[in-house]
Write a new protein. Sequence first.
Length: 90
Amino acid sequence: MTTSYHVPVMLNASLEALDLGGDVARDGSWMDATFGGGGHSRAILAKLGPGGRLFGFDQDPDAATNALDDPRFILVAANFRYSPQFLRAH
């Protein structure tokens, strides 16, 4: 999977490590801490169920052009160091 922004690194290994096969995982909440071009996020969304949510963090304004059109995805225009506060609030 590639985007015009970048080529996702270690995509398959990342997905295997997340173990998105179970119902709890498929409908859970997940975070992509370095959204960038969205390659990993696209692959994660493809495995999520209808109740799943994915938060993509990126402080680079250019990353917003890669935001995904999916109701389960929320792009957070901030550094991932703010993720604990953001995720507690959402």
